[in-house]
Design a protein around this ligand. Structure first.
Ligand code: MRU
Length: 408
């Protein structure tokens, strides 16, 4: 078991964008092959690919995919650049909060305009190469920020994390988990508390899976147990990722992060945010300006589950075969529960949504919250560790115009 057992998140292969479908992990591990940029948009909306840095890579690869497929039919440079802008806009419309999505699309747009003196054919190839750079650089950044963050942890640290800011949320290696992976290599991690992270359960599904593969001791808790484990003195540091960090150090991250930060402060536990500089949005003065995505109420009113069906008998096998003969079969269910059975590589799979709340209950489902900078002990980036006052330290680290406030 080691970090290298974790599969890559998203990559380019044979003229397509490929990714591990995270919407059903860890119980069903599908490979998703996107032949068009619309397919990439669909994958982002459905959270097959998710996590801020991974979304930046998805935007870059999606634009490159368009450039070498549909875009290959456009001959005029101006038409090509205009169409690329439209594609980039469609990609960034998929989800509003993680700035990396916008960052990735902007970087590709800028790159295309800056290299417009070559032929359109050459430009397409350059765009693909640039998207691959975006992917490779993301992994480099994560490894660098992981090393900086590991310096902050003492030997025997018990760390609490929320959501999935692991390898799957990035091109590879992860942000908050990148710090934990690096510290683990130095023998510093005694254990990790994994918040399950309602409603989409990225902690229970993805973070627990990654930590298991990496061979790092971990314990899964429901979100409402965090206060109790802190009060019992079982947490030495909280480390989370970020979807967008404003110029003043306010941090948008998975819903529930703000509560953890307040709890950590109340218990005298350092609260660290680990994110590459591509997550810092210096155009926003404070977190009040960050658009928070609201998602489908069904994430809150029910739970989804998928799995592989192993027929016990030839009769069961025949029944499943019959039911799925003409495509996926939706079982008749009461109360709005849904279960579909489909054929899958010689076997069968179920995909279910099971209602837990009464039909018609009003729901509020913000996917992220904003943690005010005053609760954040430090922000760990690939360029070092930024400390308050963040207006200075983040500006220094992101524009390259000054030193980071403190390193290590
Ligand atoms: O909705 P998601 O799964 O895309 O949200 C991801 C997060 O909020 C993660 O917690 C995170 O820290 C940002 S990605 C490293």
């Amino acid at each position: 078991m080691s970090i290298s057992d974790i599969p890559r998140t998203i990559w380019w292969e044979e003229g397509t964008v490929r990714m591990v479908d995270q919407s059903r992990l860890p119980l069903v591990g599908d490979l998703l092959v996107c032949n068009t940029y619309e397919g990439v948009c669909h994958a982002i909306r459905g959270m097959a690919v998710r996590g801020a840095p991974a979304l930046g890579v998805a935007a870059a690869l999606g634009i490159a995919l368009w450039a070498v497929t549909e875009g290959a039919e456009i001959e005029s440079r101006e038409d090509f650049l205009d169409a690329l802008d439209v594609v980039a806009a469609q990609i960034t419309e998929t989800r509003p909060t993680a700035v990396n999505l916008f960052w990735g699309a902007e970087r590709m747009k800028r790159f295309a305009r800056e290299n417009a003196d070559v032929s359109v054919d050459e430009l397409r190839e350059l765009i693909l190469a640039e998207a691959l750079n975006v992917m490779a650089e993301d992994e480099e950044r994560n490894r660098a920020l992981g090393a900086h963050g590991a310096e902050l942890l003492a030997e025997g640290s018990r760390v609490l994390t929320h959501c999935n800011a692991g390898s799957l949320a990035t091109a590879y290696f992860g942000t908050a988990l990148g710090v934990i992976f690096s510290a683990h290599e130095q023998g510093k991690v005694a254990g990790v508390w994994v918040d399950e992270t309602r409603p989409v359960l990225q902690g229970a599904r993805l973070t627990a899976w990654e930590l298991k593969m990496a061979g790092i001791p971990h314990t899964l808790i429901t979100d409402n147990m965090a206060a109790s484990v802190m009060r019992r003195g079982l947490v030495d540091a909280v480390i989370v990722g970020a979807d967008r960090i404003a110029a003043n150090g306010d941090v948008a991250n998975k819903i529930g992060t703000y509560g953890l930060a307040v709890l950590a402060q109340a218990h005298g536990i350092p609260f660290y945010v680990a994110a590459p500089t591509s997550t810092v949005d210096l155009t926003l003065a404070s977190g009040d300006e960050i658009v928070i995505e609201e998602r489908d109420e069904r994430e809150v009113t029910g739970v989804t589950a998928s799995g592989v069906i192993e027929p016990h008998s030839p009769q069961e096998f025949r029944a499943l075969d019959l039911l799925t003969a003409e495509g996926p079969y939706a079982l008749g269910m009461t109360k709005g529960h849904q279960m579909e059975i489909s054929r899958k590589g010689g076997g069968y799979q179920f995909d279910a949504w099971l209602r837990i709340a009464p039909p018609g209950v009003p729901v509020y489902n913000p996917a992220f919250d904003v943690t005010p900078a005053e609760h954040v002990t430090a922000i760990i980036t690939e360029r070092g560790v930024a400390r308050p006052p963040y207006a200075e330290s983040l500006a220094g680290c992101c524009t390259g115009s000054g030193a980071i406030h403190e390193i290590g």
